[in-house]
Design a protein around this ligand. Sequence first.
Ligand code: NAP
Length: 259
Amino acid sequence: MDLGLHGKRALVCAASKGLGRGCAEALAEAGVALTINARGTEALEATAQHLRDTHGVPVTAVAGDITDEGARAEVLAAAGDVDILVTNAGGPPPGLWSDWDRADFIQALDANMLTPIALMKALLPGMMARKWGRVVNITSSSIKSPIPQLGLSNAARTGLTGYVAGTSRQVAEHGVTINNLCPGIHDTDRAVSLDTAVTKATGVTMDEARKTREASIPAKRYGTPEEFGATCAFLCSQHAGFIVGQNILLDGGAVVATV
Ligand code: NAP
């Protein structure tokens, strides 16, 4: 399917690895010129070079913490007038409800709620003026089915979800869609770090931790960054202009709900 994105420009945040990288790769394959970001320079430059070599699209790499106001300004300046924004950042650490104080919540809210909101506030006006735009926020299946040990994530991401629910309806008439992609367990470094937390808490091996988590998913496997990226690219495509304000689960059926 031609996604109709050839020549469009995108900013994909937190994209040197994992789900962000999956989104960047699928957009690059569709002919989108990219600005990508992550904190670590080495993996970021390697990903940028891979995307240029594989897909022949221009890729600008800007290293920096996307949750930091100054770094975010540099990323936005390099990205310029983009047509597509994919927001993403690392997820908060697991723990128990009694572990976290105000500073922990502020950090989580900054990363997984206020940063995507700031990015949208900066880029939506240009998209609306040009009468076309796509925003995809990488959130979590936890907005539909909370993960008890990820209380910081549950809190921050549902805040973003509420913001998107209203804002997406305010910008849709200008040809701009905002939707959230809600991953369940995917095969990335984040999954490894959560499996590691299980091994520390329960004493099981990494293999056992993974097998137990896989068994909890109806598809009996972790998702891949490639299939996640393909869904993101479709949501950004010309065909998805009528999909507005949705929270799309990619979780192998793990969230059990009729609707
Ligand atoms: P990942 O494999 O750990 O990759 C994270 C990427 O984001 C890396 O490129 C990392 O590079 C970059 N990054 C992290 N924090 C950043 C920051 N503050 N500023 C800029 N770049 C940053 O993680 P993932 O699995 O792709 O997860 C992506 C998001 O989806 C996370 O918020 C995660 O919590 C959420 N999620 C993941 C799963 C899953 O199973 N994988 C499930 C539900 C939700 P640097 O470290 O170099 O910055």
